[in-house]
Design a protein around this ligand. Structure first.
Ligand code: C2E
Ligand code: CA
Ligand code: CA
Length: 690
């Protein structure tokens, strides 16, 4: 189950050998005794007890245990102990070894295990008999005539010796096999064992007392013993349920934590690291919402199955709830093993799922924390795996390993996220506006809406401080809706005051896969009584390329509404001209990094020139953003650029200030055609100064 270090392996081998040798010595002594001086007279109660022992051994109750999977409880120990009391020891040993051998061979256990098991029983029974006769002053080897009142105390002492030897020997072997600390493990285990097999052992003197009257009473005694057996089975089943997830049957959070804790305790002296990984499915909520809970449930179950296949033997896959899974990777020789497991999980989930004939693509993000490097207790490990998970999502990678830097970052960001959610509700989000002007005349054609967050303690926050946060958490939908609402309200106000302006609003990647977006936009336009053409939506080229098939569908619907589309930050991403054509955009915004540099960097100037030509050939309106000085404006004008935007005209301004800026000069908001002729005689600076 677990790989064991060579040193532990040697200790285990030595221990097994010692048990086999001493058990063998017990058996040899008994054989010699039986052959030489004490012929055994089998009584009917010995036969009945042996039969009961045999049947008990064949029908064990499986018990799901926290750490090492399954354990078994048999009722055979009651009868084995009864045989120890009645003696002779040889009968007890013969019956127990016979039953155990039969069972082990039936289950094809390896020879080493069979021998160890037999030797272990021989030692246990000899110890129990030893304790019994020490108190009753009877012969170690021969039969006990009857049980005295002192015999009851002796029987309990024998039972205790039985318990100590049986679980001491087996527990030590299991602990050595797992590379765990022996004393620690035995101590952890003793309560469970006492409450199950310990209780069964106390029944032995009752069985013997009853049998002394008549064997016919044994069937009556079987009832309470079977009841204990049954109760243990029920308790085991309940424990199984309490520790496992109903839907998938996988271990739940409690069992996962228990296993991690045990391994951490066991491994104090072990050189092997262990890893806790948290796995979160990326689009589960959408699948659940759109296709229904049935599909969601089936998907979760299939994901559980794939995860279980992807991990290595000895690793634990748990479901923590919702679409959250966890893996405990135990037997690792190095940290790289965790990465391999993570990559296997990623590729296992990459293959699409087909549920009810629907093909579903599910991606997962994985956060990894390693012990002892990242934490020495289960809470810390899970919390840090969670931080790593957040990083994985943020960086849009498949998996991420915990790092202290990301932690500091994340705690702060998570706090900010909570504040953003509240801030959106309490109206802390506001919109600044930056004019977009005709490159030839300087006439203002419209404004771009840019989000700002008036944070109660941090002051005014720029979009790069909160937009990525909103994008990664789904808050971006609400945020954009709020920007759209404020922007459209502002445009409606300006229109009422006689200023005909267009408005540009930025969209994020996530929203372009939202099939409801066109409907929401149409509703808002209707509410403010604005024509669709007044609105331009700006999307970056990388946004479109992220998921072209879905994005193009949303963009087409928006275009059908009559909304203008603008490709933002053009030149920075990976673009495909063929998509550009299919998007049916109206406008291309050359990224400000080229514009800012074009007056002193000839490369930039060449890029700008050819981009303008390309855009014009595709029938697009060309916009230059980041125009910071008159020289750049002049150059752009010469290159035939259509629209300019930048600090040279104005920085983004809050509503009252931009309104003042716009009305201060009639020219800036005047109708183009009326002023065209006049303007031609003016240089750009003069026009702006008007
Ligand atoms: P963007 O869409 O490319 O917006 C233009 C950015 O360039 C704005 O930064 C603007 O202030 C800045 N800028 C304008 N003129 C100049 C100039 O002459 N020189 C320089 N150096 N910069 C100039 P801002 O307002 O900080 O916005 C940054 C980005 O945040 C935006 O880039 C946009 O991608 C995003 N953003 C802003 N508001 C929203 C929103 O409501 N929704 C979404 N999804 N994203 C938004
Ligand atoms: Ca923009
Ligand atoms: Ca831009």
């Amino acid at each position: 189950m677990t790989s064991t270090a060579p040193r532990d392996r040697r200790r285990l081998d030595a221990f097994v050998l010692a048990v086999c040798l001493s058990g063998g010595a017990v058996v040899a002594t008994l054989l010699a005794g039986a052959l030489s001086f004490a012929p055994i007279h089998l009584t009917s109660s010995m036969i009945v007890l042996s039969l009961a022992l045999f049947l008990g051994e064949l029908r064990p109750v499986k018990v799901a245990r926290g750490e090492e999977g399954d354990d078994e409880i048999t009722i055979s120990s009651t009868f084995a102990m009864a045989l120890v009391i009645t003696g002779p020891l040889a009968v007890a040993v013969a019956a127990q070894l016979g039953a155990a051998l039969f069972d082990d061979v039936r289950r094809h256990k390896p020879l080493k295990r069979v021998l160890f098991n037999a030797a272990q029983y021989a030692l246990t029974l000899a110890a129990a008999r030893g304790a019994y006769v020490a108190i009753t002053d009877q012969s170690f080897l021969s039969a006990t005539p009857h049980m005295s009142s002192r015999g009851i105390a002796a029987a309990l002492a024998g039972g205790l010796a039985f318990f100590v030897f049986n679980h001491g020997i087996v527990g030590t072997a299991v602990a050595l096999d797992m590379g765990a600390r022996v004393v620690q493990r035995l101590r952890d285990d003793v309560r469970f064992q006492l409450s199950t097999s310990g209780v069964l052992l106390t029944f032995a003197p009752v069985v013997v007392g009853t049998m002394n009257e008549t064997e016919l009473l044994l069937p009556l005694l079987l009832l309470p013993i079977l009841a204990i057996h049954k109760t243990a089975a029920l308790a085991a089943e309940r424990q199984q349920q309490a520790l496992h997830d109903d839907l998938t049957g996988l271990p739940n959070r409690v069992l996962l934590q228990d296993r991690v804790t045990r391994l951490l305790l066991d491994r104090v002296h072990s050189a092997h690291p262990l890893a806790v990984m948290l796995i979160d499915l990326d689009h589960f909520k959408e699948i659940n919402d759109t296709l229904g809970h049935h599909v969601g449930d089936v998907l979760i179950r299939e994901v559980g199955t794939r995860l279980s296949i992807a991990v290595r033997e000895g690793d634990t896959v748990a479901r923590l709830g919702g679409d959250e899974f966890a893996i405990l990777a135990a037997s690792m020789s190095s940290v790289d093993d965790a990465v391999h497991v993570a990559e296997r999980v990623v590729s296992a989930l990459r293959e699409p799922f087909t549920i009810d004939g629907v093909r579903l693509d599910v991606q997962a993000s994985i956060g990894i924390a390693i012990s002892p490097e990242h934490g020495k207790d289960v809470e810390t490990l899970i919390q840090r795996a969670d931080v790593a998970l957040y990083t994985a999502k943020e960086e849009r990678g498949c998996w991420a390993m915990y790092s202290p830097e990301s932690d500091r970052y994340t705690v702060e960001r998570l706090a900010l996220l909570g504040e953003l959610r509240a801030g959106l509700e309490t109206g802390q989000l506001t919109v600044y506006y930056q004019p977009k002007s005709d490159a030839r005349t300087g006439v203002v054609l419209g404004v771009e809406a840019l989000a700002r967050w008036v944070h109660p303690t941090r002051g005014l926050l720029q979009p790069d401080e909160f937009i990525p946060l909103a994008e990664n958490t789904g808050l971006i939908g609400e945020l954009t809706f709020e920007v759209l609402r404020q922007a459209l309200a502002q445009i409606a106000t300006w229109q009422r005051d006689g200023m005909r302006l267009g408005i540009s609003v930025n969209l994020s990647a996530r929203q372009l896969t939202d099939l409801d977006l066109p409907r929401d936009v149409a509703t808002l336009l209707g509410e403010y009584g604005l024509p669709a053409a007044a609105l331009t939506l700006e999307v970056t080229e990388s946004t479109i390329m992220a998921d072209p098939s879905r994005t193009l569908a949303v963009l087409r619907k928006l275009a059908e509404l009559g909304v203008c589309l603008s490709i933002d930050d053009f030149g920075t991403g990976y673009s495909s001209l063929s998509y550009l054509k299919r998007v049916e955009a109206h406008e291309l915004k050359i990224d400000k990094s080229f514009i800012i540099g074009m007056s002193h960097n000839s490369n930039d100037a060449v890029i700008v020139r050819s981009t303008i030509e390309l855009g014009h050939n595709l029938g697009l309106r060309m916009v230059a953003e980041g125009v910071e000085d008159a020289e750049t404006w002049r150059l752009l004008r010469a290159l035939g650029c259509d629209v300019i935007q930048g600090y040279h005209l104005s920085r983004p301004l809050p509503p009252e200030q931009i309104t003042r800026w716009l009305t201060d000069s009639k020219l800036r908001v005047a109708l183009e055609d009326e002023l065209d002729d006049e303007l031609d005689t003016l240089v750009p600076e003069q026009r702006l100064a008007l």
